[in-house]
Design a protein around this ligand. Structure first.
Ligand code: ATP
Ligand code: LTN
Length: 330
């Protein structure tokens, strides 16, 4: 079974990215049998909106190092940078010719992000899901671990793959999203109705994996709650506390019922203090490894191996696609 996923190098990944996606990569690596896992830095996806060049460079390296720091093992998976495998953009173009503009305009993420961009919405933002489809179909991935917000992009990937297969003959494996129920949507610490996002202008709403530990703990202590005062999992009436319980449960593996029971009769203060320590400990673990990796020269070796492996698979696939479509001489 082949599994692939990527994260954009925009800012440092948040606790939401970690719980919703990155932690699952490690789980898959350690628990799935016979899995060929590819994880990449989606740098091409990140230039669909204006980016500072130096910052992008830095974020690419940081994300790659964080993949290793959270426990991805280069002996068990392949890590690479999307733009270093040119077949992603090659396939993307062929798929663009098999996808409709109306389909792209219906994407929620496009609607949300283009509304923020005003008059200068780039064409790449519209075609973003096609590049994502190419990332997946290029490798015949069976499963794609992502957070809830990517579900629609996975659905359109399936539509494009099926359309292509029907038109040109069986070419692509139809992928399935792999979304775990709990943690698939971690919300902002300041607004429980908004997804935790690394591009949120309000930095108190998110915690990044490289945040200063004390600051991160304070963000938990100062997270909005409600006036009910009971630690209860209730999405409708207590969305903020429910979000914190979700984070707690995901980081400790403790069940929601057991967490509710533990804090029965206690206020939010004690609950938040414990959660602040849990988050602090998790970040400390990650940052200790991260600092070792950044100092060593392992990263380049890992990314070279990953690029070569991905490229080997991608070349075979793109040749097949060109042949199916009737491009070139052969
Ligand atoms: P941006 O805010 O810059 O658009 P993002 O924080 O949404 O970025 P992405 O790089 O788009 O992050 O997403 C990487 C992965 O993390 C995806 O699988 C996505 O579904 C997941 N993810 C992002 N935010 C959350 C969240 N709040 N909760 C759970 N999973 C999330
Ligand atoms: N669009 C994704 C990142 C991404 C991705 C992929 C995830 C780009 N290509 C392929 C899984 C498979 C996002 O999280 N914003």
């Amino acid at each position: 079974m082949r599994i692939i996923s990527g994260i954009q190098p925009t800012n440092v990944p948040t606790l939401g990215n970690y719980i919703g996606a990155m932690k699952n990569f490690v789980k898959i690596q350690n628990e799935f049998e016979d899995v060929d896992l590819l994880v990449f830095v989606a740098d091409l996806h990140s230039i669909t909106v204006e980016r500072d060049r130096a910052e992008l460079k830095k974020n690419i390296k940081t994300l790659a190092a964080l993949y290793l720091a959270i426990g991805l093992d280069p002996a068990k998976c392949h890590l690479f940078i999307q733009s270093e495998v040119p077949e992603h953009t090659e396939l993307s173009y062929v798929l663009e010719c098999n996808a409709y503009i109306g389909e792209m305009e219906r994407m929620i993420q496009f609607k949300e992000k283009s509304a923020k961009e005003g008059a200068s919405v780039r064409t790449g933002l519209l075609t973003y899901p096609i590049l994502m489809a190419a990332d997946i179909l290029l490798y015949d991935a069976d499963k794609v671990p992502v957070g809830e917000d990517q579900k629609q992009h996975l659905e359109i990937t399936k539509v494009i793959a099926e359309r292509f297969n029907n038109k040109y003959g069986d070419t692509f494996t139809i992928p399935e999203p792999y979304i775990l129920k709990s943690g698939a949507r971690i919300m902002s610490l300041q607004d429980p109705l908004k997804k935790m996002s690394k591009s949120d202008p309000n930095q108190k709403g998110y915690i990044t994996l490289l945040d200063n530990i004390d600051e991160a703990k304070n963000k938990i202590r100062r997270a909005v709650t409600d006036s009910i005062g009971v630690v209860k999992y209730d999405q409708e009436n207590q969305p903020a506390v429910t979000n914190l319980i979700n984070i707690y449960s995901n980081l400790t593996g403790e069940s929601i019922e057991s967490i509710e029971k533990k804090y029965e009769g206690l206020g939010y203060k004690e609950f938040k203090e414990d959660l602040a320590n849990i988050v602090g400990d998790e970040l400390t673990k990650i940052q200790t490894k991260y600092n070792e990796i950044i100092k060593s020269d392992i990263l380049n070796k890992v990314l070279d191996e990953g690029r070569d492996y991905a490229h080997y698979l991608a070349v075979k696939k793109i040749r097949k696609v060109h042949k199916r479509v009737g491009l070139g001489r052969e």
